[in-house]
Write a protein that binds this ligand. Structure first.
Ligand code: FE2
Length: 294
């Protein structure tokens, strides 16, 4: 697991918006909805005040059981495994250049979920993709990301203010997720339950291909001990860019008798501002979690 601190300068005079998007693309699957990816990529590219994360299943490669079988298949022929990796990596690079090359700079991290390729040398396809584009690899299944926002000097444009309270840390836990219920309620509960022992401001999860965004308020006694300090944390299940039922195709979700899958992504938009009292810290004045469904 890697800890990644994405320093973001958000020049704040009065208030400023910043969006974090979570996506599970499933590239290379026959059900991958490429028009939805294009929509996501364009949205991300046009929004300079944003980052995105991959919640796993970036590609629709081997699942845990097929990874084991592939390893066993080449047990006595490592050179054949290496050769197959080479061919695969070539195609993957070409595809990823086209798909994520243009928005790689604003990617704050990727986790390896269920589907990824394990190479003969022990590394995996998500790790390799991250290395190619300088994206933080957050590890298998889950990893934390911290965004640090800075207040800029209003007179000297763009210069960071170093005064205390001129920065704001926002912690996220990006996970793939496991299991899942049939109902929407069970899906929300599962994401909350799996993060129960973790403290962060935003939890993003994938895996179930459902889409929902759910806030929770946390109260603790304030510093002066004369009132409550309130914080809102968000749980966002990001859907996936994968269609399960298509005319003329027998896709895996249909064969396994899954429910219809939601195609889209999840996001959380923060309005960061300076409270009225000028000597106060930067604060999140508003947060909106939502799902974009196509
Ligand atoms: Fe998935």
């Amino acid at each position: 697991m890697a800890f990644f601190n994405a320093l973001r300068d958000v020049p704040i005079t009065r208030k400023s918006e910043f969006t974090i998007r979570g996506v599970e693309p499933h590239f290379r699957s026959p059900g991958h909805y490429d028009a939805a990816w294009t929509e996501f990529r364009r949205t991300q590219e046009a929004d300079k005040n944003s980052v995105w994360v991959s919640c796993g299943d970036l590609t629709d490669d081997d699942r845990p059981s097929t990874r084991e079988r592939r390893k066993a298949m080449f047990a006595d022929r490592t050179e054949a495994y290496t050769q197959e990796d080479k061919d695969y990596i070539k195609g993957l690079r070409q595809q990823m250049d086209i798909k994520i090359g243009r928005i790689a700079d604003s990617c704050a991290g990727m986790v390896a979920g269920d589907h990824y390729r394990l190479f003969a040398n022990g590394t995996n396809s998500v790790e390799l993709i991250c290395k190619w584009y300088g994206i933080p690899y957050l590890g298998e299944r889950m990893g934390p990301v911290r965004l640090t926002f800075f207040r800029a000097d209003e007179k000297k444009k763009g210069q960071r203010l170093s005064a205390s309270g001129a920065s704001l840390q926002y912690n996220m836990i990006v996970r793939h997720g496991r299991g899942g219920g049939t109902t929407n309620g069970a899906d929300v509960n599962a994401l909350e339950r799996q993060n129960k022992e973790f403290d962060a401001d935003l939890f993003m999860g994938g895996h179930t291909h459902k889409a929902n965004a759910h806030p929770r308020a946390i109260l603790r006694p304030n510093q002066a001990f004369n009132g409550w300090k309130e914080r809102t944390i968000w749980y966002v299940r990001v859907g996936a860019l994968l269609r399960g039922f298509m005319p003329g195709k027998e896709l895996y979700p249909e064969k396994k008798e899954y429910g219809p899958l939601l195609v889209g992504w999840g996001e959380c938009t923060l309005t960061i501002g300076r409270p009225v009292a000028a000597n106060r810290n930067l604060e999140i004045m508003k947060s909106v979690g939502k799902t974009v469904v196509l």
